[in-house]
Design a protein around this ligand. Structure first.
Ligand SMILES: [Fe+2]
Length: 280
């Protein structure tokens, strides 16, 4: 169930405040994360996994290549050649408050689509910082038979169960044929020079008290007529149609803004694909 506008507003502000460690940025009446605004010149937006009822990030199979005892490190770029990739984001609990000290254990294929099952190449774990943030420097994983492009990760908040899941890349031809693939785990990926920058925010099933709202919550940046009468929706969401960043559609009576260019597919309905569509 979608939260009320008031809930969205409060959580958006809490999230932005957590991200910035200061007063949130107000852009076009909305709140933007600094990381998504910096240098892009694009309409910024939140990675909205935490917008739509606080559903926890879904679980996916571990697969055959996990190894325990990976090294503590946030960079795997020297493990082999490939296209540079940075993945960053936040880990939230059920009340959309950041969770510090969450273990994230990543593993992935190398540029040739092979896992290192002898050593620890392209394997590493790290912990979210005091703001619930993580950042991994790596390469774009190669393809191997039967799967689309993906990263593996296990997450564990202190004293909580492990969540095993995978992250995906938009625009991959094999996304439509990989039976494990799930659009809810699409990262928001941007080209960045010769590399790629990806973001994804996780939501763990960690009980949280909403607590005292941040003082900045009184800014109430959403719920108003932002982008309303002067920027009407461009029509109903339609499978097969190509959308560009900034396009607006309606779906089930709600408005959405496109975050990155893609061609719509059945299964990629705006509420299901937070990497592609955001509620304005
Ligand atoms: Fe895999």
């Amino acid at each position: 169930m979608p939260p009320s506008d008031g809930m969205i507003s409060r959580k958006t502000v809490l999230k932005a405040a957590a991200a910035l460690g200061a007063a949130p940025l107000l852009v076009g009446g909305g709140v933007a994360l600094a990381r998504e605004q910096a240098g892009t010149g694009r309409t910024p937006g939140l990675t909205p996994e935490c917008h739509d009822g606080d559903d926890p990030t879904i679980e996916q199979i571990e697969g055959p290549y996990f190894k325990p005892d990976s090294p503590l490190r946030s960079s795997m770029v020297n493990d082999g050649p490939g296209t540079w990739l940075t993945v960053s984001g936040y880990v939230f609990g059920r009340a959309c408050r950041p969770v510090p000290g969450v273990l994230l254990d990543f593993w992935q294929a190398d540029d040739g689509g092979n896992y290192d099952n002898v050593g620890y190449s392209f394997r590493g774990h790290q912990f979210t910082d005091a703001n619930g943030a993580y950042k991994l420097d790596t390469i774009v994983p190669g393809l191997y038979p039967g799967r689309t492009r993906h990263l593996h990760v296990k997450l564990q908040a202190p004293g909580r169960p492990v969540l095993t899941t995978q992250l995906y890349f938009p625009g991959e031809p094999r996304n439509s044929t990989d039976t494990i693939y799930d659009a809810r785990l699409l990262m928001n990926v941007q080209r960045n020079g010769s590399g790629e920058t990806a973001t994804y925010d996780f939501v763990l099933d960690v009980p949280q008290s909403p607590g005292t709202p941040s003082p900045t919550a009184t800014a109430t940046p959403t719920g108003g007529p932002t982008g309303g009468p002067t920027t009407p929706p461009s029509g109903s969401w339609t499978p097969g149609r190509a959308y560009n960043a900034g396009d607006r559609v309606t779906y089930s009576g709600a408005s959405y803004v496109c975050l990155q260019a893609h061609t719509a597919m059945v299964g990629w309905e705006p509420p299901n694909v937070p990497a592609l569509w955001q509620r304005p």
